[in-house]
Design a protein around this ligand. Sequence first.
Ligand code: ZN
Length: 472
Amino acid sequence: MTSFLIRSATAILTGLEGSAARARGEDLRVRNGRIHEIGQLTPEPGERQINATGCVVYPSWVNTHHHLFQSLLKGDPMGQNATLTPWLVATPTRLRPLMSESDFRLAARIGLLELALSGCGTVADHNYHYWPDMPYDGSAILFEEAAKLGLRFVLCRGGSTLPRPPDEALPEASRPETLDGFLQDIQRLAREFHDPAPDSMRRVVVAPTTPTYSMQPEELRVTAAEARKLGLRLHSHLSETVQYHDFVHQHHGMKPVHFCETVHWLGPDVWFAHLVKLDPDEIALLGTTRTGIAHCPQSNGRLGSGIAPVRQLEAAGAQVSIGVDGAASNEAADMISETHAAWLMQRARGGQGATAVHRGGQGEGDAAATTVEDVVRWGSAGGAAVLGLDAVGTLEPGKAADLAIYGVDRDPRYFGLHDPAIGPVASGGTADLRYLFVGGKEVVRDGRVPNLDVMELGRQSREAVKALLARL
Ligand code: ZN
């Protein structure tokens, strides 16, 4: 029986709601990979002790939307100042076919490390880097790289049966798959990798790249039915910009969320990245079906898409989580930057909609509704809920010991905080991560992953970018 005691934390945030958002007590005991108890605790004979004086403890983050292969495609000048559609053409669509197997592995390693160093313990990657007869198994590479670090990994197996843009001569690595080919690979991945346990380290999710552009409606229905037959969740992009509305209106004569309902793509086992552009009736439908959102505020800001109505979605009953999205549209693809942005942008959105009292509004009060505790909950418990990892996401006895310990005592950005508990999210920047544990196993100590040479990884990344551009 392995046991250790985290002692004398300045605060413990739980990922729960309301008065339960902060634990009573400053000590936390981990036993056999689970949280055993939280309170005022006494060390047992021979028990390992971790001194958390000057530190705050959070549930480790759950990132619910990423494209790890993009970690070598940051800040591409061709797409840097573009909106979504021209950026897709300029950056991922142009550069992805040039990436080799080793580029793909290196990109995954970089992205996963960046997340771990921000205190993220679970990563859901929406990988759509597939084409017919591809010469290597990208899915296996992603699972391997996450396992090497000790992170929980959810593969959202993307892909497409339709070319995008349509009728274009595509390089081999951008060619669409057949529906049979897509479904056969889903079945293989489910057999080889999917573990349905509530604290699983490996999950598979069915995730055509977009329901609107990637498959025909009948194919989407078949795909949803197959996923549910296999006990897999569904994930995709939706309504990132107004273009989704124009496309669905033109082709199906309805709104994107209503289109998803017609192809059986709503429900508590479905979550969508972005959901920036929603009408009130769409918000209501997402809420009553308890569909989830991966809110990606930095990518939505970077691509000029807008700010998702997250508070309205949550009030309607939708499940809220946070995702960093691919680093080609978010050069700060870590969970501290993302949650800091979520906190600020939800409050800004509230203010944007505020109406003067003399015009019948609520005045400035509308901006005040998003708290740091809300954002911590979305980024931990909310993420675990959309992924169906029921034993993960909150700091409570019996839950998996997935936790991040942040110092708030040696960086001036935190000095002067009246409430140090909010420091990592409220002050943003690079967190002072002292420890990251996943299932009670130490992943990060004092801001470093043991035996991982970050300088060497940086050298490899610079060479890989140079070689990639030389292939253009
Ligand atoms: Zn995305």
